[in-house]
Write a protein that binds this ligand. Structure first.
Ligand code: IFM
Length: 474
């Protein structure tokens, strides 16, 4: 089945798609077609209604941390434009919307008194979505740890894991009768490695050993929160986690390269996957990073591996590696012992410099199904940044993003035909937003945001996605 129109034909593509009966039959009824965002990236209003700072509010204030010194203080001003944004989702025919809840809005000190106004915002959002027939998918942690908890040790201390579970309980008690899909953490690899080892995300530390400890407490917090959600929520509630995956490919067939594929896979994919689904860390991780394993208490791995209802898959690109030659590996004690190939001559790249590789989505979905067998899978993020241009009218012609989405949706359909229990697909992102250290320079939205006026313009990719969803069975 092919749904791909020639990119230059994209403006007329939706109509032809509507008549494509093969396509209409390709996705199961009830498939969740949606889009995703996260709190700090879109909300703004960082000092309003009792919200306290998170580690990101602190990190963005560090000189040099963020491109052009920008912050999420206003972002896409979603906190004030929530109704308008949900109306946009309805125009896009979205059946689902994945958002994240800001922990410091709900519990400004991370623990203790609940900030009623913060919780009320998310309650209004959920009710507004439901009134439009849009399924809410709530993520509890998309990287914005309350700064007050960072002052008590943040993810480096076990207490934060219990604090997270208690926060999950607070939110679940309020929204659990209306939200059926829950995601504990978004991309723990990023909050761990980018935040604690590379220092390019909050809290901005540069220590691989600390990343191992932080990652363990994040995993533990996930397990504790999952158990808490299960104890509070109706049986049909779906609880999962969203991991970011980069299927690893070999640049050549040398034995060193084949070993490098395994090493990179352990580091980039299995670090979080194995504890969650196999109740064990891949030992090779610690050798490869030259660190010691985290300190485990008796029940930790069993808690972390509490069974999940679904696994969220965030997919953007693949990783292509070449192993170091035996001589250079021996001469250097540097880790890792492979080179990541950033550029392939015949490939196309997004504005993030990420290779467009839709086959990788099919590959990771089928592999996860085969090797880890989660009960269900959900693509919780997929999308692309491109340089979009708005000329003041009512359209933004982003044929590259449109084509990217078509190619990846085709990949979903191939995965489904291989019996992958796939339940939905969330485009990253609904709106252009604050792309972390790269601030507003990268646009991922189906909807363009003119930051000087906060005007929203649906891009051609958004129009196409709306028509595509409309052509699906309900
Ligand atoms: O913007 C991020 C998001 O916060 C997490 N996943 C990847 C996106 C694009 O970089």
């Amino acid at each position: 089945m092919s749904i791909t129109g020639r990119p230059q034909d994209h403006r007329s593509f939706p109509a032809s798609l509507a008549g494509d009966s093969d396509l209409a039959g390709g996705f199961p009824p009830g498939f969740l077609w949606g889009a995703a965002t996260s709190a700090y990236q879109i909300e703004g209003a960082v000092r309003e209604d009792g919200r306290a700072p998170s580690i990101w509010d602190r990190f963005v204030a560090r000189p040099g941390a963020i491109l052009q010194g920008q912050t999420g203080e206003v972002a896409a001003d979603h906190y004030h434009r929530m109704e308008e944004d949900v109306a946009l989702m309805a125009l896009l025919n979205l059946r689902a919307y994945r958002f994240s809840i800001s922990w410091p809005r709900v519990l400004p000190q991370g623990t203790g008194p609940v900030n009623e106004r913060g919780l009320a915002f998310y309650e209004r959002l959920v009710d507004t979505l439901l009134a439009r027939g849009i399924e809410p998918l709530a993520t509890l942690y998309h990287w914005d740890l309350p700064a007050a908890l960072e002052d008590r040790g943040g993810w480096l201390v076990r207490d934060t894991a219990q604090a997270f579970a208690d926060y999950a309980g607070v939110v679940a008690r309020r929204l659990g009768d209306r939200v059926r899909w829950w995601i504990t953490h978004n991309e723990p690899w990023c909050s761990t490695y980018l935040g604690y080892a590379l220092g390019i995300h909050a809290p901005g530390l540069h220590d691989k050993q600390l990343a191992i400890h932080a990652g363990h407490h994040i995993l533990l917090s996930h397990g504790l929160a999952t158990q808490c959600l299960r104890s509070l929520l109706p049986r049909e509630t779906q609880v999962g986690i969203a991991l970011d995956f980069y299927p690893v490919y070999a640049a050549d067939e040398r034995p060193e390269t084949l070993a490098a594929v395994q090493e990179a896979d352990v580091f980039r994919n299995r670090w979080f996957l194995d504890p969650l689904f196999r109740a064990e860390y891949p030992e090779a991780l610690f050798r490869a990073l030259d660190v010691t394993p985290p300190t485990l208490q008796a029940n930790d791995l069993a808690v972390i591996a509490t069974p999940l209802d679904f696994l969220g898959v965030n997919y953007y690109s693949r990783m292509l590696v070449r192993g170091a030659s035996p001589e250079s590996a021996a001469a250097s004690s540097r880790k890792p012992s492979y080179e990541v190939i950033e550029r392939v001559p015949e490939a196309s790249y997004t504005d993030m410099g990420w290779e467009i590789f839709p086959e990788g989505l099919e590959a990771i979905l089928t592999r996860l199904h085969r090797e880890y067998a989660p009960k269900a899978l959900l693509v919780t993020e997929n999308g692309a940044a491109f340089e979009d241009h708005w000329h003041g009218g009512t359209s933004v012609h982003d044929w590259q993003r449109l084509h990217y989405l078509q190619l990846h949706i085709e990949a979903l359909s191939r995965a489904l035909s291989q019996q992958v229990p796939l339940k939905g697909y969330m485009v990253w992102s609904l709106l252009d937003n604050f792309e972390w250290a790269l601030s507003y320079s990268k646009r991922f939205g189906l909807v363009y945001v003119d930051y000087s006026t906060q005007r929203r313009i649906i891009k051609d990719s958004g129009l196409w996605y709306a028509s595509f969803i409309a052509a699906q069975r309900r």
